[in-house]
Design a binder for this molecule. Structure first.
Ligand code: SAM
Length: 332
């Protein structure tokens, strides 16, 4: 079986230099999808002119942002700097979101450092007219921790609204197993399965049914270190937008929001400051259209251009796996 994944791109500057010539976008450039009008910009999402150029007057119905979390694995900044950086892209999001729209942000809390930046971000959000609607926790299957602390297995997702956007109730694949919960309806005593619209439970604000991405999954995009599961993004898109709507994601990385928008008939405008992730985003969409595949389980987006270069750099399968594990999963 082929086994040719990319190692984590953020940890290998030499490899990055080899890949950059194969990236079609230079910083400041935007690719427009000829088929469905999606856009991928190699842009800094705090640059107001760049975002205006991307939007070209359009308004988004939903934004799903997954910024770097200000954890050590990323380029850690002073907390105040990080929050003022967030303020810039939140402000730009407000400007380009429609009057009735949804705003989701994935953000971490570093338990080894005063749980920053999550609470600070929440306080900063009070300066905006966005209204908080939910604080969702997604459970990771694999965590990190010691014998002296609770295993860290959570990812946090904040849900705010501007105006009064759509919300379509979602269901998990988990069957309802508990009976009881009797209630009188029209003089009849009913039990909860009779009253409900689905045999399955709703996800609520604690998501326990989403498999975190790891190298054995088809949707895995090797080289990406912070990929969100398609199932989680699909849930957000289906709950908080409608077919034909415009979805915005300022931090594309592996292009999960774009791919999910494509799958569900939405249009997506997305940015990444890094030409390599911008290229991966475009290639992930193109590959899906050509093959129906959602990622590169045992290969990578640049293998047509650089079939051998990666094997020289990659060591044992165990090391490859460690290198491609999502950062957030280990740092929460
Ligand atoms: C946590 S990852 C996003 C993961 C993504 N949700 C996924 O499923 O693949 C954050 C991404 O933000 C990008 N980024 C960092 N600063 C940025 C900026 N100022 N503008 C645009 N993108 C930025 C990084 O290059 C990185 O790819």
């Amino acid at each position: 079986m082929k086994n040719n994944p990319l190692p984590r791109l953020d940890q290998d500057e030499g490899l990055r230099q080899k890949l950059l010539p194969y990236c079609r976008l230079q910083p400041g450039e935007i690719w427009t999808d000829p088929l469905r009008g999606h856009k991928v910009g190699c842009l800094d999402c705090t640059d107001a002119d760049a975002v205006a150029h991307l939007m070209d007057g359009a308004k988004a119905n939903l934004a799903v942002h997954d910024p770097p979390y200000n954890l050590i694995a990323f380029d850690e900044r002073e907390l105040a700097d990080y929050i003022s950086w967030c303020r810039q892209w939140v402000e730009l999001s407000w400007q380009v979101l429609a009057a009735d729209s949804a705003f989701y942000i994935w953000l971490g809390a570093d338990q080894n450092n005063q749980f920053q930046p999550l609470p600070d971000f929440m306080l900063m959000m009070r300066d905006f007219a966005f209204q908080p609607r939910s604080f969702i926790t997604m459970r990771n299957q694999r965590g990190y921790g010691t014998q002296k602390n609770w295993m860290a297995i959570r990812q946090e997702l904040l849900y705010y609204v501007k105006g009064d956007p759509v919300f379509t109730v979602q269901y998990t694949d988990i069957p309802k197993i508990l009976r009881g919960y009797y209630k009188e309806v029209n003089g009849e005593i009913t039990e909860n399965l009779e009253r409900s619209r689905s045999e399955n439970i709703r996800p609520g604000n604690v998501w326990v049914d989403v498999q975190q991405v790891f190298y054995r999954m088809e949707e895995n995009v090797s080289g990406c270190y912070a990929q969100k599961p398609l199932k989680a993004i699909e849930r957000i898109i289906q709950a908080s937008s409608e077919v034909g709507d415009l979805v915005l994601d300022f931090f594309s990385h592996s292009g999960t929001t774009l791919l999910s928008s494509e799958m569900h008939g939405r249009c997506c405008y997305t940015t990444d400051i890094d030409p390599i992730y911008s290229e991966i985003t475009i290639q992930r969409l193109e590959r899906f259209r050509q093959t129906g595949k959602t990622g590169w389980q045992n290969g990578h987006p640049f293998e047509a251009d650089l079939p051998t270069v990666i094997t020289e750099l990659v060591d044992t399968p165990m090391k490859q796996q460690a290198k491609s594990e999502p950062v957030q999963a280990r740092l929460f």
